[in-house]
Design a protein around this ligand. Structure first.
Ligand code: ATP
Ligand code: MG
Length: 239
């Protein structure tokens, strides 16, 4: 089966500095792929290129068989930005209603997204009055509207407690079981363990890819954060 995402030779310049240096990557369909890497390694920039909002210097990004950012992808790709992108002066219901209207999906989709992220009961609350974790979940809910085939989630569980994180990861696994492709960036290694595939970025290139067990085998480390550090440090010494 053709990968959901194919990135080849991707070079991106931000603020006059090249931050992705000819990056190549395939992301399989119907899987949860974890995007890991130190702060500043280019995770958000790569995600922006995949959803088609990043100016690209060179290379190609193909998403669900189409060039990234193609109009036909608008309804098939959901994107949760790293900073919550909701209107503080609208309620939970109004925010989701607005994005649902933009997508042309109905109230049933709004109710489903609210339930998926566990915000039932808070529909009437202004976004400005939500806690940090609730705000992050509202932002995630906007990405879920319209049942996209690809979800690109930039650190969706930051600031969430362990119970909520577990529940959201259960939802991610259910979505993948239904055939949805998820690309999820994270700094949390117990989350990395819930991914089918991992992509480790460092300084704007893919350092390594593989399943969590591949990375354990390759480094001889049982703990994923030790494996991750071994790979990042090893590459640093080699380079
Ligand atoms: N708007 C911008 N203008 C200039 N440089 C930028 C801009 N946004 C990001 N960068 C630079 O691009 C590089 C990659 O940033 P990016 O946000 O993709 O990293 P990241 O891996 O998502 O980091 P984090 O884990 O902290 O979110 C960094 O060196 C950053 O300083
Ligand atoms: Mg980022």
């Amino acid at each position: 089966m053709e990968p959901a995402i194919v990135v080849s030779g991707l070079r991106v310049v931000r603020g006059g500095r090249e931050v992705l240096h000819g990056l190549d990557l395939d992301v399989a369909r119907g899987c949860v792929t974890g995007l890991l890497g130190p702060s500043g390694s280019g995770k958000t920039t790569l995600m922006r290129a995949i959803v088609g909002v990043q100016i690209v210097r060179e290379g190609r990004v193909t998403v669900l068989g189409l060039p990234a950012g193609a109009p036909a992808l608008r309804f098939r790709v959901g994107y949760q930005t790293q900073a919550p992108s909701v209107y503080p002066d609208l309620t939970v219901r109004e925010n989701l209603g607005y994005f649902a209207a933009v997508l042309g999906v109905g109230a049933a989709e709004v109710a489903r997204a609210v339930a998926t992220v566990g915000l039932a009961g808070l529909e009437g609350q202004l976004a400005a009055r939500l806690s940090g974790g609730e705000l992050a979940r509202l932002s995630l809910a906007t990405a879920l509207l319209g049942s996209p085939a690809l979800l690109v989630l930039d650190e969706p569980t930051v600031g969430l407690d362990p119970v909520l994180r577990r529940d959201l990861w259960d939802r991610f696994r259910e979505l993948a079981a239904d055939g949805v492709t998820l690309l999820v960036s994270s700094h949390v290694m117990d989350e990395a363990d819930r991914c089918d595939d991992l992509v480790l970025l460092r300084d704007g290139v893919v350092l390594t890819t593989g399943t969590p067990s591949d990375l354990r085998a390759r480094t001889g480390e049982q703990e994923l954060d030790a494996a991750f550090l071994a790979l990042v440090d090893g590459a640093g010494r080699a380079g």
